[in-house]
Design a protein around this ligand. Structure first.
Ligand code: APR
Length: 241
């Protein structure tokens, strides 16, 4: 029983916040960035997800995003996403995700904050135009009606997070009584400060990750396993009560 140590207090958790990263989508066939199957092992991350890289070679960055978009559009939520969505039936659940793949929403989760934006969303580099595009782009880089280049509406290295989203994420992290950190290396800030806000509010911290993370030593419970294996068992604890 993976959750033996918290089985008794499980019904006391009133506000559960998940902080998720690429690892939770790994079992949906979407490669992570840094884990052992890391996508960016053979790419130089800084060459593809920065505003400078984009302006230097928008075609290259768009080719990479187009490849990721088609991979993501054909991906399905896995047992980890589905378990979190099911948990909403039993308690107050919020997901603060670094992922841009929309799989939490596809699994049925209704309260998801996308800290780094969404790969479905695009915006103009100049005018106010923005939209959600679920199809492939015929021309790369795609152009806005105003004639300027469109870009993925995601947060690149060196860019700030959407302020309203980040403010809400900090509030939710500091008000939860249980934070489950699943599928993230906790390398990238400011998302990796969310467990600190939770800990300051005496929340219980649980890490679900086959590998050690930057903050493993801060966790109350560590499950060295995959999210698709662990999360269905976590949800079953709520069914028993
Ligand atoms: N289940 C749970 N965790 C997994 C699984 C799995 N099946 N497979 C891999 N992992 C773990 C890895 O061990 C690693 O710790 O998921 C983590 C993925 O870490 P990263 O690849 O660094 O992804 P993430 O933490 O989401 O990166 C944060 O950095 O590249 C930017 O903006 C991008 O949102 C991303 C951010």
């Amino acid at each position: 029983m993976m959750f033996e140590s918290i089985k008794e207090e499980i019904k006391d958790f009133k506000k559960i916040v998940f902080v998720t990263g690429a690892g939770i989508s790994q079992e949906s066939g979407i490669p992570t960035f840094r884990g052992k199957d890391g996508l960016w092992r053979n790419y130089d991350a800084m060459k593809l997800a920065t505003i400078d890289a984009f302006y230097e070679d928008p075609k290259l960055v768009w080719e990479w995003y187009n490849e990721r978009r088609s991979n993501i559009f054909s991906a399905s939520p896995n047992q980890g996403h589905i378990a979190i969505a099911e948990l909403e039936k039993y308690t107050d659940v919020t997901i603060l995700t670094q992922n841009i793949d929309g799989l939490h929403q596809k699994a049925g989760s209704s309260h998801v904050l996308e800290l780094h934006g969404s790969i479905m969303k695009i915006k103009c580099t100049v005018c106010e135009f923005h939209d959600e595009i679920m199809t492939e782009f015929s021309e790369i880089p795609p152009l806005c009606k105003c004639g300027n280049i469109l870009r993925p509406d995601v947060v690149w290295f060196g860019e700030s997070l959407p302020q309203d989203v980040w403010k809400n994420a900090m509030i939710l992290a500091s008000q939860c009584d249980l934070m489950i950190i699943a599928g993230t290396s906790l390398v990238v800030s400011p998302a990796n400060t969310l467990p600190i806000y939770a800990k300051q509010n005496n929340a219980v911290l649980i890490e679900i990750n086959p590998e050690k993370t930057e903050m493993s030593s801060e966790m109350d419970l560590i499950l060295r396993n995959t999210s698709a294996n662990v999360l269905p068992e976590f949800v079953s604890l709520f069914k028993e009560n």
